[in-house]
Design a protein around this ligand. Structure first.
Ligand SMILES: *[C@@H]1O[C@H](CO)[C@@H](O)[C@H](O)[C@H]1NC(C)=O
Ligand SMILES: *[C@@H]1O[C@H](CO)[C@@H](O)[C@H](O)[C@H]1NC(C)=O
Ligand SMILES: *[C@@H]1O[C@H](CO)[C@@H](O)[C@H](O)[C@H]1NC(C)=O
Ligand SMILES: *[C@@H]1O[C@H](CO)[C@@H](O)[C@H](O)[C@H]1NC(C)=O
Ligand SMILES: *[C@@H]1O[C@H](CO)[C@@H](O)[C@H](O)[C@H]1NC(C)=O
Ligand SMILES: *[C@@H]1O[C@H](CO)[C@@H](O)[C@H](O)[C@H]1NC(C)=O
Ligand SMILES: *[C@@H]1O[C@H](CO)[C@@H](O)[C@H](O)[C@H]1NC(C)=O
Ligand SMILES: *[C@@H]1O[C@H](CO)[C@@H](O)[C@H](O)[C@H]1NC(C)=O
Length: 415
């Protein structure tokens, strides 16, 4: 585990006392033209970062240029727009990971005052139905194994692979697509509560643990009959906040594996603009990583992750939410996205998933399929295949708004 150097402690402490009223500078950086263009993306690599007992596993698969997905796609075309964003001026993985390790400690001084900059960057054109549907297809392809693959390359400390390793491993996977000039890199994050929500999957045990950690009020402590995923429950509707914060940042949990995916991607593409996408748990994780590093993120049908972002003390830029570059696309017939897949008779609770949160961070872009298409509220409306069909059946994309009236876990005391 990377420890916070003493000098960094001082920086973090100093940030706390920084004067709040400060002009945020505008940085004119973009080396390439930020003007609209559509370019072809190809899958280049798959990163696999272990979790649970495999937390030290860091692998990369390089994908041959000849790779064609089962869907027939080999190149994906995305249109982009130029947008002003506000994000941390210091976004180096060493700095961010030091900050996160520090702030997850019980007695850390929590800071909300960071050094921000305005920048103009390219973001995906989320008004474009084709671009949105293509991002959903790239996300969908992230569920699929790459059959004609080369060997996995070990990018971490040497790992004893005698247990056998392949597509069956537990962990978080990032499918890395780049455009022709490597100007933009799209990382599709995989990780889904697959067996309940979408066909069959290979990371189910750890997915469930991470779902219950990220989207429950207190370690999935619903009643004495539930298996908890951390030990933060104290007594009736009372939960330890510092305990929760430490649990989310634990080395064997998905958030840390996500940070590794970012570190390894930027080490290959240090000068590229990085966009994130993902579906379901993968969408929530993409949003958490996007918030950590200020990256444009398009999430599909993601369970609400704002509470997790707050517990991790991720940076929330001091700008109106409508300038956010985290877009949560979903539909009203999906109970998981809508935050209503809870209660004793819901499919989630029956499956052992404590999906209690209600609030997404960033913007919500909701297709009203219940009204427009007469879809029934059901977990089958959560599937990525349903989402792709949905996007292509509308001739405009959903409007993105902030849901400011949202509150999570209001009946709990966090002490
Ligand atoms: C971005 O900000 C710069 C500097 O504040 C401003 O000149 C420009 O018009 C803004 N662009 C957009 C697209 O808002
Ligand atoms: C974004 O997409 C919309 C819808 O397709 C299109 O009208 C608009 O021109 C696009 N913006 C840019 C900058 O390409
Ligand atoms: C790898 O693990 C296996 C069993 O888990 C063990 O028998 C073997 O000695 C290990 N190899 C190394 C190089 O540590
Ligand atoms: C893009 O990156 C790949 C490495 O993943 C490299 O092989 C290729 O030459 C790069 N292309 C350009 C145009 O820089
Ligand atoms: C990939 O990430 C792992 C975990 O953070 C790190 O140990 C390793 O050095 C990274 N490798 C590269 C090439 O960035
Ligand atoms: C990134 O940019 C730096 C500075 O312009 C350059 O030295 C380096 O070669 C670039 N790296 C890649 C992978 O393009
Ligand atoms: C965001 O909302 C504010 C008012 O709340 C408005 O002034 C501003 O123009 C909006 N910005 C965008 C990008 O829609
Ligand atoms: C969108 O599609 C509907 C039918 O599905 C059609 O009536 C309408 O004119 C279309 N709107 C636009 C702007 O193309």
């Amino acid at each position: 585990m990377r420890r916070l150097p003493p000098s960094m402690l001082l920086i973090v402490a100093a940030l706390t006392y920084h004067v709040l009223a400060r002009q945020i500078p505008f940085l004119e950086t973009s080396p390439d033209s930020p003007e609209a263009h559509a370019t072809g993306f190809q899958l280049r690599h798959v990163f696999d970062h272990g979790s649970g007992t495999n937390a030290n596993l860091h692998l990369r698969l390089d994908v041959p240029a000849s790779h064609v997905f089962a869907t027939g796609d080999s190149k994906f075309y995305l249109s982009s727009v130029s947008q002003n964003v506000t994000r941390l001026s210091q976004r180096d993985p060493d700095f961010m990971e030091s900050y996160l390790a520090y702030t997850s400690r019980p007695n850390a001084i929590k800071t909300t005052d960071f050094d921000w900059i305005h920048e103009r960057i390219r973001t995906p054109n989320i008004s474009d139905p084709d671009t949105l549907a293509t991002l959903a297809r790239m996300t969908s392809d992230a569920y699929v194994a790459v059959p004609e693959s080369n060997d996995w390359v070990d990018v971490g400390v040497p790992f004893n692979e005698s247990g056998g390793f392949g597509w069956d491993s537990n962990g978080v996977r990032g499918h890395v697509f780049t455009d022709d000039g490597n100007q933009t890199v799209v990382v599709a994050i995989k990780g889904t509560s697959a067996y309940l929500f979408d066909s069959d999957g290979d990371t189910r045990v750890n997915d469930k643990i991470n779902d219950n950690l990220l989207f429950s009020c207190c370690c999935a402590r619903i009643s004495y009959m539930w298996t908890t995923v951390c030990d933060c429950y104290q007594k009736s509707y009372t939960c330890s906040q510092t305990c929760l914060e430490g649990a989310l940042y634990a080395e064997d949990k998905y958030y840390r594996a996500l940070l590794d995916i970012y570190r390894n991607t930027t080490s290959l593409y240090p000068n590229s603009t990085i966009w994130l996408t993902g579906h379901s748990l993968g969408g929530s994780m993409a949003a958490l990583l996007g918030r950590t590093y200020g990256l444009p993120t398009v999430a599909f049908e993601a369970p609400p992750e704002r509470l997790a972002a707050q517990r991790l003390h991720l940076p929330f830029p001091p700008v109106p939410a409508n300038e956010s570059t985290i877009w949560h696309f979903g539909n009203t017939a999906d109970p998981i996205f809508m935050g209503i897949c809870n209660g004793a008779s819901s499919a989630c609770w029956v499956g052992g998933f404590a999906m209690e949160t209600q609030c997404h961070s960033g913007l919500e872009c909701v297709y009203d399929t219940v009204h427009d298409k007469k879809w029934h509220v059901s977990v089958s409306s959560h599937r990525i295949s349903a989402v792709i069909d949905m996007i292509t059946s509308y001739n405009t994309t959903a409007t993105c708004v902030e849901r400011s009236d949202c509150q999570d876990c209001f009946d709990w005391n966090f002490v």
